[in-house]
Design a protein around this ligand. Sequence first.
Ligand SMILES: C[S@@+](CC[C@H](N)C(=O)[O-])C[C@H]1O[C@@H](n2cnc3c(N)ncnc32)[C@H](O)[C@@H]1O
Length: 272
Amino acid sequence: MSTLQTSFYDGPALIDRVSDALREADLDPTRLRVEDLTGMDQFHALGLAATLALAKLAELRPGERVLDLGAGIAGPARVLAARFGARVTAVEPLERFRDLAAMLNGATGLDHAIELVDAHADALPLPDGSFDLVWTQAVLPTVADVGAFAAEAQRVLTPGGRWALAETVAGPGGELHFPVPWADGPAGSHLLAPEALRAALERPGFAAETWEVGPGALARAAAEAAALAEGPAPRVYLALLMPEYDARMAGLARNLAEQRIAPVQAVLRRSL
Ligand SMILES: C[S@@+](CC[C@H](N)C(=O)[O-])C[C@H]1O[C@@H](n2cnc3c(N)ncnc32)[C@H](O)[C@@H]1O
């Protein structure tokens, strides 16, 4: 069982805080559109643009069974269900995130398309071969044993199924500046160099067919972001979920600029 280094997600009454913010933005917390939430519920770099880019890279098709590991408040799950017609199982070990996810799934009318499961990804209470696509965004930086995570992903995928991931790796620039969105200090951060991450994830019968690091991993998301910039501005923001938001985002930007971290985007496929 992995230990979550997520104390900075703690805070009083998350549902109340988010409901208040929605009302202040003239939104009804009981009746929402998925797009009302995308400034807040995409808990990873580049937000909705990164989710759309990864779904397209994974060639997600309507009706596919998706397993979102480390689903947060199920923002990506709602996008995959609403925009791509996926049936999503959203695994999230933090109760306050699952509770908020359940509220938002109900408010957006997506209860039927998204099942919430309380579990850690390295010990899934789910049958072998039961998903077409495993999905992770911004989860692996706090996972100490990514090999166990990958073994479970492979087990629950159907033969020919794939794992789409958008994560962060260590860069050549040296030690990280803290805080970052996933950790207050080195003890909570488990970044691997790109080659080490790939070696830890791949195993017999499970190999990367796409593996992009650095600018290559950002290009598709940047194209999606340009298209989204034409749309309405968000009315609620991710800062609601993350104490010390500005300091963490500044740490992220500085580490990226100094090549201490880099984005990785990949699709691994389970062989037939
Ligand atoms: C930064 S959030 C990303 C949430 C979501 N993937 C998104 O992009 O909006 C990371 C999430 O991963 C979850 N998490 C961390 N370690 C996990 C593990 N071993 N198994 C399942 N979830 C985990 C955390 O509880 C947190 O909700």
